[in-house]
Design a protein around this ligand. Structure first.
Ligand SMILES: [Zn+2]
Ligand SMILES: [Zn+2]
Length: 121
């Protein structure tokens, strides 16, 4: 009768170890899958947020829309080279107004605030 117990115990311990190992692997796999899902959801949310963000209103002259007046003239101060060496490398700079004539960047949509329609009857 004793040998049956020995076989059973051997089987149990081996079987339990195998089961525990499998369970651990399964748990780890599930954890990894979950992390991947969370990561994918985060990426998706970031993409959606980026899609809803209006583009930066920056002109072709690299200056912000706010630096341009109503006529489109850019008022940003820029450094203009006033002297060059023989290699056409600027030697001296002078402050001047950006000579951009017209803002060509994206125009932000006007922010309109609409109050919620509510029934106040
Ligand atoms: Zn400009
Ligand atoms: Zn400019």
């Amino acid at each position: 009768m004793n040998w049956i117990w020995i076989v059973l115990i051997l089987f149990w311990t081996g079987g339990f170890a195998w089961l525990a190992d499998n369970a651990r692997t399964a748990l780890r796999n599930r954890h990894e899958r979950k992390m991947e899902l969370i990561e994918a959801a985060k990426q998706e949310r970031l993409a959606v947020e980026a899609a809803h963000q209006p583009p930066e209103p920056v002109c072709g002259c690299t200056h912000h829309l706010a630096k341009h007046d109503k006529q489109g003239l850019c008022h940003e101060r820029v450094e203009v080279p006033t002297a060059w060496d023989e290699n056409k490398k600027p030697l001296r700079y002078e402050a001047a107004q950006c000579n951009c004539q017209r803002y060509v960047g994206p125009t932000p949509l006007s922010q309109v605030y609409a109050e919620d329609l509510t029934d106040r009857a």
